[in-house]
Ligand binder design. Structure first.
Ligand code: SF4
Length: 63
């Protein structure tokens, strides 16, 4: 699975990193500036939780 973050849509709520810190990392401004990132199988459930709770729907998961 891959994470794709729409950096323009991210509003810096930080919910992704709060709920799934093993997957999502915020930059020093509190925004998710991750690019396309491969997720290890053990982190897939956490990646889904973070994506489903992003208020801006900025995170897309691709199988
Ligand atoms: S939850 Fe969404 S809007 Fe908030 S920091 Fe993460 S990607 Fe950005």
């Amino acid at each position: 699975m891959k994470i794709i973050v729409d950096n323009d849509s991210c509003s810096g709520h930080g919910r992704c990193a709060a709920l799934a810190p093993s997957v999502y990392v915020l930059d020093d401004r509190g925004y998710n500036s991750m690019n396309e990132t491969e997720v290890s199988p053990e982190n897939e459930a956490a990646a889904r939780v973070g994506a489903n709770n992003c208020p801006e729907r900025a995170i897309t998961l691709v199988d």
